[in-house]
Design a protein. Structure first.
Length: 248
C-alpha cells in the first residue's frame, strides 16, 4: 500500500468516491472506502467506519497525531485508519478456481432483490463491477467463494489493482452464510487487511470468506484473495454489525 502523494502537514488532501463504487444504494462500498484510506498507510492497516461514506461528495483525508488518518465530511468523521500488525488469519481451505466458479451459482441474492443487489463488488445487477457474486463453498457451508478476473476497466496501475479495489474485493466475500441466512442486513464496521502481493489483471483470482465468531448483533469474519495456484495474495479480518432496528 502507501501509494500516492501525501502531505506531512496534517492534511492529506481531498478525495471523492464516485457513485460507481457504491455498496448500499446511497453510500460507498465499505471495503473501497477503507482501502482509499489504507493506500496512504504503509503495510497492514485497520480502518473503522464511523458513518456511511457518501458518494460524489468532497471528503477530506487528514493525518492524526498518532500517525493514522481520518476521512471527514465537513465535521463528521466518516472513517478512521491506522497502521496495524498483519491480520492473524489463514483460510481453513483454499478453494480452487473451479470451486470458486461453481459457488457463483449460489449467490444469495442472485434471484431476489436485496439492498446489495447493485453493489459495485458483488451485485448481480451490475455489469460494470467486479462480479464477485460469492456463494457458499461446496463441502464447506460456512465459507464463501467467488472468482475475480479483472480487466483494464477496473482501476489499476502498473502494479495491479489499486489498493481500494483490492480491499473492496476482500470485503463482500466476508459476508458469510451465517449472516445472509439470518435475512437481516449487516453493515461493515471495521476492516483490518494486508496486501501481500499485487493483484494482477487478467488472471483468475479466488476470493473466499469464513466466519470467525458471532456475538449478538456482531459477526467477526475473515477473507482472503488467492492466486490460481493457491498462493495467498491478500487477507483481512472484518467486523460486521446488524443495526439495532434490524435486530428488533
Amino acid at each position: 500500500m502507501g501509494r500516492g502523494p501525501l502531505a506531512d502537514d496534517g492534511a492529506a488532501g481531498r478525495v471523492l468516491i464516485p457513485r460507481r463504487f457504491n455498496g448500499p444504494p446511497t453510500s460507498a462500498n465499505g471495503g473501497y472506502a477503507s482501502g482509499l484510506i489504507a493506500r496512504y498507510i504503509p503495510g497492514p492497516a485497520e480502518v473503522s467506519l464511523r458513518a456511511p461514506p457518501p458518494l460524489d461528495t468532497a471528503l477530506e483525508l487528514v493525518r492524526t497525531a498518532d500517525g493514522g488518518l481520518q476521512l471527514l465530511h465537513r465535521d463528521l468523521v466518516v472513517a478512521e485508519g491506522r497502521p496495524a500488525e498483519p491480520p492473524d488469519v489463514e483460510p481453513p481451505v483454499r478453494p480452487t478456481v473451479a470451486q470458486a466458479r461453481e459457488a457463483l451459482r449460489r449467490h444469495p441474492w442472485r434471484e431476489a432483490r436485496h439492498p446489495y443487489s447493485d453493489c459495485y463488488v458483488c451485485g448481480p445487477g451490475r455489469h460494470d463491477g467486479l462480479g464477485l457474486h460469492f456463494g457458499d463453498l461446496a463441502g464447506h457451508p460456512s465459507m464463501t467463494a467467488a472468482l475475480l478476473i479483472a480487466d483494464a476497466t477496473i482501476p489499476h496501475d502498473e502494479h495491479g489493482l489499486l489498493p481500494e479495489i483490492a480491499w473492496a474485493a476482500l470485503d463482500c466475500p466476508s459476508y458469510v452464510p451465517a449472516m445472509w441466512e439470518a435475512d437481516t442486513l449487516s453493515l461493515l464496521a471495521r476492516m483490518h487487511a494486508e496486501l501481500l502481493e499485487p493483484i494482477p489483471l487478467g488472471e483468475p483470482i479466488v476470493a473466499t470468506g469464513w466466519l470467525l465468531s458471532a456475538e449478538g448483533r456482531k459477526h467477526y469474519t475473515a477473507s482472503a484473495l488467492l492466486a490460481a495456484d493457491g498462493r495467498l495474495l491478500a487477507r483481512a479480518k472484518h467486523l460486521w454489525v446488524m443495526p439495532r432496528a434490524a435486530a428488533g
